[in-house]
Write a protein that binds this ligand. Structure first.
Ligand code: GDP
Ligand code: IMO
Ligand code: MG
Length: 427
């Protein structure tokens, strides 16, 4: 048995897709365990760029089994579009497996996500408006529709009509909107069900057998630690559990099957959507990071907020995920700066705090305390070994290791597979 969880240690978009794709060269199974098409994972292979939202990033390897675990919420239309566009580009998708326990995103989830964000106005979360939150709400309310329900016309008819009776009341009476027609949704979704049927199975069995046979399994996190519904910057979070603990619930494996956890850390910090961000740079340095790093959302195209690396946040991610190593991405984007900064603590209410607070009010008031380091000017995007990196880049990495007390196992210096420096073997 050899399993590795790869999670985002910040607010998402750390470069998980790239790291997973790189590690998937040696994996036999890749599993998504939470989130839905709010995720946008970009993978560059040669001249080709793939933007994956629902399908695990292992799909680009024909031999790799890709599992969409029960914790993922599926918009069937998006899943089919993604499958078809991969097929059109010559990618074999026959190794995809979808859990029969996944919850299904319905048109009313997307509508309500949209309407509720608009209703909140300035107080909005800044969601991706993909219906993720409303779908997970139905799951916890125990009225959700699962893939196994969708595959059975009678059960689906019953669940859809029960749901629409309530959702249409909400649409009409609360938002003053047009209702959703049962017939339209029913026939369309039954059509999706037939196209997806061949991929659906009880993936807990597939995964259990793979682990028992000693296969190399990678768990692919979406979003990031600070977007976790329990441990993130609530309420500016997503509705699932991106942290490593989410793997067990979202894929149906026990914790005894998890060996290692790698946290993907962007060499600086970005965030899409609203919520406090202590190290945010609202100046030309932040703008330069956004332009050089192409920091625009893969899913929504929104500009990402940018700032310095935050070691307070990273220590929180180390603790809450049990990180065994770090994968640092986009180090190349920091080249050319005279100085680079790392936040090592916050000044709050006249005191210095070293731990990430739960209260958002406190976090809003936290002022970062920075350690300034010398930058480097060399283009590092073609460097293949750690020793060849400029001394100041190595000092920056070593300082991250000291501040987090976790070793770095991968340094990424560009979006492609061959722009990856491996410091330690992984899987
Ligand atoms: P994810 O959601 O965590 O998978 O990250 P995204 O794909 O949303 O955003 C990361 C972006 O950075 C993508 O466009 C990647 O191709 C790109 N990327 C990943 N690693 C590196 C790197 O080391 N250097 C550069 N320049 N780009 C990278
Ligand atoms: P990947 O997997 C960055 C953010 C949204 C919003 C909050 C809630 O590409 O890292 P949601 O639609 O999930 O209800 O939105 O979470 N968010 C992400 N930010 N990367 C993502 O995914 C994200 N998925 C959701 O911007 O602030
Ligand atoms: Mg992304």
């Amino acid at each position: 048995m050899s399993s590795l969880v790869v999670i985002g240690a910040q607010w998402g978009d750390e470069g998980k897709g790239k790291i997973i794709d790189f590690l998937a060269q040696r994996a036999e199974v890749v599993v998504r365990y939470q989130g839905g098409n709010n995720a946008g994972h970009t993978v560059e292979v040669g001249e080709e760029t793939y933007k994956l939202h629902l399908i695990p990033s292992g799909i680009l390897y024909p031999e790799t089994l890709c599992i969409v675990g029960n914790g993922v919420v599926i918009n069937p239309e998006v899943m089919l579009d993604e499958l078809n566009s991969l097929k059109d580009r010559g990618i074999d998708t026959s190794n995809l497996r979808i859990s029969d326990r996944c919850h299904v995103i319905m048109p009313y989830h997307v509508r309500i996500d949209d309407l509720e964000e608009d209703r909140k106005g300035e107080a909005k979360i800044g969601t991706t408006r993909r219906g993720i939150g409303p779908c997970y709400m139905d799951k916890t309310e125990r009225i959700g529709i699962r893939v196994c329900d969708l595959l059975d016309r009678d059960i689906f008819r019953e669940k859809l009509s029960a749901n629409l009776a309530v959702k249409n009341l909400i649409l009409e009476k609360i938002y003053g909107e047009a209702v959703i027609s049962f017939e339209e949704v029913f026939e369309k979704y039954c059509g999706y069900a037939e196209q997806l049927r061949e991929y659906v199975e009880d993936t807990t069995i597939t995964l259990y057998n793979a682990l028992r046979e000693g296969k190399k399994v990678l768990f692919e996190g979406a979003q990031g630690t600070l977007l976790d519904n329990d441990l993130g910057t609530y309420p500016f979070v997503t509705s699932s559990h991106p942290i490593a603990g989410g793997v067990c619930i979202g894929s149906g494996v026990g914790p005894t099957y998890i060996n290692r956890v790698t946290g993907v850390v962007k060499a600086y910090t970005t965030r899409v959507g609203k919520g406090p961000f202590p190290t945010e740079l609202l100046d030309e340095t932040g703008d330069a990071m956004r332009e050089k790093g192409h920091e625009y959302g893969t899913t929504t195209g929104r500009p990402r907020r940018c700032g310095w690396l935050d070691a307070v946040m990273l220590r929180f991610a180390v603790r809450t995920n049990g990180l065994s190593s770090l994968a640092i991405t986009k180090l190349d984007i920091l080249s050319g700066l005279d100085k680079v900064k790392i936040c090592t603590g916050y000044e709050y209410d006249g005191t210095v705090i070293k731990e990430f607070p739960a209260s958002l009010d406190a976090l809003e008031k936290c002022k970062p305390i920075y350690e300034e380091m010398e930058g480097w000017h060399e283009d590092i995007s073609n460097i293949a070994s750690y020793q060849e990196l400029p001394l100041n880049a190595r000092k920056y990495l070593e300082r991250i290791e000291q501040l987090t007390d976790v070793k770095i196992s991968i340094v990424s210096v560009g979006p492609r597979r061959n722009q990856t420096i491996v410091l330690e073997n992984h899987i």
